[in-house]
Design a binder for this molecule. Structure first.
Ligand SMILES: [Fe+2]
Length: 479
């Protein structure tokens, strides 16, 4: 449905939610499964203005954590904005208090030149060593109380993260040791990815660095038994544009070019911090990796390839923010990138389904998994309109379609406790009608996506689409 031609476009998937709630969900169908107990946390941009000024890019919205505590047959909801400096100042400022990736603050060059984008803590969330951390890839994590979601402050791992201290939004885990691996984008003194291991006590160890040939943008990483795996699309900051962004002649997000001629760079960084192995392959355009693992002597990476340029993908993100419906179907296609010991890089298509925000059984991280779940643009919709399950063994695909004009947030797979098949568990899926009506939390039986949800809990309000979430068996104590 469209409004008058001169009416401002209304954000459909990112309608701001200013209020902060705390309540048990009493409006539901079905029942929460026995055995499903713990807490899902999600993060995403909760409001798309600061100090009354509309923000220029989806990535600039203040991070809002939401919490879904499931125990004793009850779902309890809570949400809180992360009290970053940007958020706190945005409440009373006239206009944006800081520069952001795609936003200038009022005052022109004088107030924006040589200013880094503000940390809005809006991208990922993780629980590690007892700490709940909101993640943003350009800076340090922000720690929150896992029960109240009160902001406790910026977390630098006791000084382990130095200077800008970028700590990406996509850490990965070693299931055997409980160690968390991550990287941070570093532009100075030379461009590279600083690699980290955070042990199970929460201590950060530097693991060396993957040098980049030029300033580039990378969002995700993989972890195998031997390597930290980086598949870096040809997203570069040309010097002229980078300097222009630094001098506030353009936004940082506009300083990114997609240079297909460079191809995609693959970096395999040994876990012991040894010399990285570098390979190149034809250009891919992805943001997210699914699983990564060693397959005999090959290293395998699964990713969602958009078969598009950055300009096209960024255009889709802008459309979602501004309320325009993107003409292109949502999502990328799942593919496998196989790296052989001799340096061959083989592209293996997996599915023609389009989707993103992959999920899989967490115990299968770093080893071959049979099932991948996606938020999918079923039937060519421009938004994630279904949850998909892809069977790597048989190629079979199954879908759980949402009601018309309803968008799915990233699915989270939670295994049923005890031994069981790889798909014996549940998918937690937050869904949002694009009309702005209240959101729901669905619990799907991952063995049979075509079945009705086991549980549908209706929230009292809408939820702007979130980027990423995590699940912990620890049950938050909302009261
Ligand atoms: Fe992401």
């Amino acid at each position: 449905m469209s409004g008058p031609a001169d009416a401002p476009a209304r954000p459909r998937d990112y309608i701001p939610l200013y209020d902060e709630f705390d309540y048990p969900v009493h409006d539901f169908d079905g029942a929460l499964p026995e055995g499903l107990r713990g807490t899902m946390y999600r993060n995403g941009p909760g409001k798309m203005e600061a100090g009354g000024q509309p923000l220029g890019h989806l990535f600039d919205g203040d991070g809002m954590l939401s919490m879904y505590a499931i125990g004793d047959g009850v779902l309890h909801f809570r949400n809180r904005f992360v009290r970053t400096e940007h958020y706190r100042k945005s409440l009373t400022a006239h206009g944006a208090p800081y520069r952001a990736l795609g936003t200038m603050r009022p005052g022109g060059l004088l107030t924006n030149a040589l200013q880094f984008p503000a940390n809005v803590a809006n991208t990922g969330v993780t629980v590690h060593a007892g700490k709940l951390l909101a993640l943003w890839e350009g800076g340090r994590p922000t720690e929150l109380d896992p029960d109240t979601l009160d902001t406790l402050g910026v977390h630098d791992f006791d000084g382990g993260l130095r200077w800008i201290g970028a700590f990406s939004a996509h850490p990965k885990w070693d299931n055997r040791t409980g160690d968390m691996y991550n990287f941070g984008l570093a532009m100075f003194p030379r461009p590279g990815l600083a690699c980290y291991r955070v042990d199970r006590t929460g201590r950060l160890h530097e693991l060396g660095r993957l040098d980049l040939p030029t300033p580039m943008f990378n969002h995700d990483m993989g972890l195998t038994d031997r390597h930290l795996v980086f598949v870096i699309p040809p997203l570069v900051f040309p010097l002229r544009k980078f300097l222009g962004a630094g001098l506030a002649l353009r936004n940082f997000i506009e300083a990114i070019d997609y240079d297909a001629r460079r191809g995609t760079m693959i970096g395999l960084v040994p876990r012991d911090g040894g010399k990285p192995r570098i390979l190149h392959t034809d250009a891919l355009m992805h943001l997210h990796l699914a699983n990564t693992y060693e397959d005999g002597s090959d290293t395998v990476v699964e990713l969602l390839n958009y078969e598009a340029t950055w300009a096209e993908l960024n255009g889709q993100l802008s459309n979602a923010q501004s309320g325009l419906t993107g003409a292109k179907p949502y999502g990328g296609k799942l593919m496998r990138v196989r790296i052989t010991p001799t340096g061959r890089v083989i592209h293996e298509p997996v599915s023609d389904l389009q989707g993103d925000f992959p999920a899989y059984h967490p115990a299968y991280a770093s080893r071959r998994n049979r099932y991948v779940y996606l938020a999918a643009g079923a039937d060519g919709t421009p938004h994630p309109s279904a949850i998909a399950k892809i069977d790597n063994d048989t190629g079979k695909e199954s879908l759980h379609r949402l009601p018309e004009d309803t968008a799915a947030h990233e699915p989270i797979f939670v295994p049923r406790p005890g031994p069981g098949a790889e798909d014996d568990g549940w998918l937690l899926v937050l869904t949002q009608p694009r009309s702005g009506d209240p959101a729901s939390l669905l619990v799907l039986d991952a063995r049979d996506l075509s079945a009705e949800p086991l549980y549908r809990g209706r929230l009292r309000h809408h939820m702007p689409l979130t980027f990423h979430g995590t699940f912990t068996p620890r049950l938050a104590q909302p009261a």
